[in-house]
Design a protein around this ligand. Structure first.
Ligand code: 3H9
Length: 679
């Protein structure tokens, strides 16, 4: 059956798309839509047309899988032009998410009605693109430049009610009466003397908006989007809607779209899109594996980590029992959770009612037996194997059979924890990243005996709490922290070669990371794990701590800090490092920023290759997903493995050799064959 079907409802032609899962506007859909419009034009008994979609959503955009392949007509702009040129009024009946090309189709229609629960948006910018089927020109003409600009540049969808308020939607209708309402609406406009044509409208374009308006927008909005190319192109395209007639504006849009589409950033961001979705698929799990019900969660430890983890479930509507050993720590933990919610409420993220509901779902306790009826218990206690084993032994005895026991460990061996229980198949790692209520990444650590249903349940749960989850095998530091370690070693080695910490950090921030290893160390505190009593000035870190340069908290560490925590290079640190470098005997080196970057990042890629070779990550794109969502790796480079693919694996291998590293055989082999990590 064709993906586009038509049926007559009296004098209205109902055109329905059925292209699961999201009605992407692939070639067959585009051709079907064009045919339907032609069919309506040729049939005198048809007076109006309704375009609607079956399944969970209206068209969610162009088919991204077609990008980069030779185009097959009709193109989306051609189809939309044909819809707009129809002499018979066309009504878009929208439900789910009308996104990207989907919203552009709707903008080509003369009228738009939407189910009250629908969302509408132009998210192309998140794929490193701009709306390339007339969206940057039609949207400002329909809703005005001020409303259109953030939609195009930021890409966040708006609810149907907002869309109605700004004039994007003509009427809101009940969710379960969309098609009937569409037909009724279409019938109501038959016989009107004219129908609104988005491209011909001028009433909403405020020609007085000039440089000052756009510059102000850049100043407030683009800082967050530093390094991304598409937002600026989006601004220029929307600006063309003021400066140019429609046909010329479309040319400008096409030109900018073409530049972005062929650039490396969009390729990287499209990779990121598919990588996140691929990450949720767990290899080797039969399709009929059940998802276990998780109606109540227990958390051990009400510290920063435990509290943050708890908030994820509370926000998602799942009751949490949180356990501490002492009342004071428990009270402190609960108070921090409340404060975090209240702070979010002050920023408009929650209503006061929602905060109250979340807090009502929280049961603080000092008794481990209160965790007995939980379906999942996550421990966030001290990171020490003996402590973890003790906790798992106790939990195993107390918590009901069939419940999942999880560790939030960041490094330790989950198999060892599972081994002390009688239910190793129900044990796994759930490694949240700090702050756990904010960071999107969750590493799901699959232990040797973890049951498929337990893994599948963890994956389903991660989606429910809004995390991007990646499955990792059991190895020291799992995927993320394991790769952090060679980077840290490379950074430390460079200090001994006379490279300043700021040169190392700047190489990474220039690349797009939020901070470098020495900034990170200063933030975390240099005295973490430092033993004051036994410190003998053997490492740079020892000496810094001995001089009370313990990081941001003491106002100085690798850097000097002012009262606003702004860092400046320190002469004292420079001298300390120079003394160490001289002692180590090697001649002081000087590297370009690019070489510093490569010396830091190539060993990470090498470690990523080992992780793949050992089967600790299911696919290269999972590693990219970890680093983008857990460590601030710039998404516009696609993650460490995609970045390596972009610059060429042979380049990485040559660099590693030159820097004196042993190259992973897996990487060497791929490079020799001219292959990529990501397909
Ligand atoms: C565009 O429109 C350009 C135009 O301006 C110009 C053209 C000339 N194409 O996310 P989910 C797949 S650019 C192909 O898990 P959810 C997805 O990979 C486009 N495939 O579901 C997944 O596949 P699988 C602008 C797509 O319910 C499956 O559908 N539009 C597309 O959590 C389910 O997806 C966008 O950027 C697509 N466009 O969320 C919207 N979209 O099952 C992108 C999805 O094999 N899409 N798939 O892993 C989304 O934001 C979400 O998918 C959506 C549903 C909110 C719709």
């Amino acid at each position: 059956m064709s993906v586009i079907s038509t049926r007559k409802d009296g004098d209205v032609l109902v055109v329905t798309s059925k292209n699961p899962p999201v009605n992407a506007l692939g070639q067959a859909v585009r051709a079907g839509l064009a045919d339907a419009i032609a069919q309506a034009a040729a049939d005198d008994t048809i007076k109006a047309i309704v375009i609607t979609c079956e399944g969970r959503t209206f068209f969610a955009g162009a088919d991204i899988t077609e990008f980069g392949k030779p185009p097959v007509g009709p193109s989306l702009p051609e189809v939309i032009d044909a819809i707009e040129a129809s002499a018979k009024p066309v009504v878009a009946a929208i439900h789910g998410t009308a996104l990207g090309g989907g919203l552009e189709v709707a903008l080509g229609c003369h009228y738009r009605i939407a189910a009250a629960s629908a969302k509408l948006g132009l998210p192309e910018v998140k794929l490193g693109l701009l709306p390339g089927a007339g969206g940057t020109q039609r949207l400002p003409r329909v809703v005005g430049v001020e409303a259109a600009l953030p939609m195009v540049v930021k890409g966040d969808p708006i609810p149907a009610a907002t869309a109605e308020r700004i004039g994007l939607v003509d009427k809101l209708v009940a969710d379960d009466q969309l098609t009937e309402s569409g037909v009724a609406f279409a019938r109501s406009v038959i016989g009107a003397s004219s129908h609104p044509v988005s491209s011909a409208r001028t009433d909403k374009i405020d020609t007085s908006l000039g440089d000052a308006f756009f510059d102000e927008f850049r100043k407030t909005e683009l800082r967050r989007l530093k390094g991304f190319e598409a937002p600026e192109a989006c601004i220029q395209a929307v600006r063309a809607a003021i400066d140019l007639p429609f046909a010329d504006g479309i040319k400008r849009e096409r030109e900018l779209f073409g530049q972005l589409m062929t650039g490396t950033q969009s390729a990287a961001l499209r990779h990121v899109f598919f990588a996140e979705r691929a990450a949720s698929k767990i290899d080797g799990i039969p399709a009929d594996t059940p998802v276990l019900p998780i109606a109540k969660v227990g958390i051990l430890g009400a510290g920063t980590m435990g509290g943050g983890i708890a908030m994820n479930f509370l926000t998602a509507g799942i009751p949490v029992t949180i356990l501490e050993r002492e009342q004071a720590a428990l009270d402190r933990g609960v108070a921090i959770i409340r404060k975090n919610y209240e702070r979010s409420a002050a920023r408009g993220k929650f209503t006061t009612d929602q905060v109250a509901q979340c807090m009502d779902r929280l049961t603080p306790t000092l008794e481990m037996t209160d965790l007995a009826d939980c379906d999942l218990v996550i421990e966030a206690v001290f990171e020490h194997m003996e402590v973890k084993k003790e906790v798992f032994t106790k939990l195993d005895a107390i918590v009901k059979p069939g419940a999942i026991l999880a560790s939030n460990t960041s490094y330790l061996n989950v198999d060892e924890m599972a081994a002390v229980t009688k239910r190793p198949e129900y044990v796994l790692g759930l490694h949240f990243f700090s702050p756990a209520n904010v960071m999107r990444l969750l590493e799901i650590v699959k232990a040797a005996k973890t049951a498929p249903a337990v893994l599948k349940t963890a994956m389903a749960l991660s989606k429910k709490i809004g995390k991007v989850a990646v499955v990792s095998g059991v190895c020291h530091g799992f995927i993320g922290n394991r790769m952090l370690s060679p980077r840290q070693q490379a950074a430390n080695a460079m200090l001994m070669q006379g490279i300043a910490p700021w040169a190392v950090d700047d190489a990474l921030t220039d690349f797009g990371m939020p901070m470098g290893p020495f900034q990170m160390a200063d933030l975390a505190g240099l005295d973490l794990g430092w033993d004051k009593a036994n410190s003998k000035g053997e490492t740079i870190r020892d000496v810094l701590c001995e001089r009370d340069r313990r990081g941001q908290k003491t106002g100085k560490g690798f850097y000097d800090y002012d009262e606003n925590r702004r860092r400046t290079p320190s002469k004292e640190v420079e001298e300390i490092i120079a003394a160490f470098a001289a002692k180590s005997g090697g001649a002081a080196q000087s590297f370009t920023s690019e070489e510093i970057r490569d010396r830091l990042l190539f060993p990470m890629v090498n470690e990523g290759a080992k992780i793949l070779d050992e089967g600790m990550a299911q696919r290269a794109s999972d590693i990219d997903t970890v680093w983008i969502n857990g460590y601030g790796w710039p998404a516009y480079t696609g993650g460490p493995m995609f970045w390596a693919d972009t610059i060429g694996l042979d380049t990485v291998v040559a660099g590693l050799k030159a820097f004196g590293h042993e190259v992973s055989p897996y990487l060497a082999d791929k490079a020799a064959k001219g292959e990529r990590f990501n397909g």
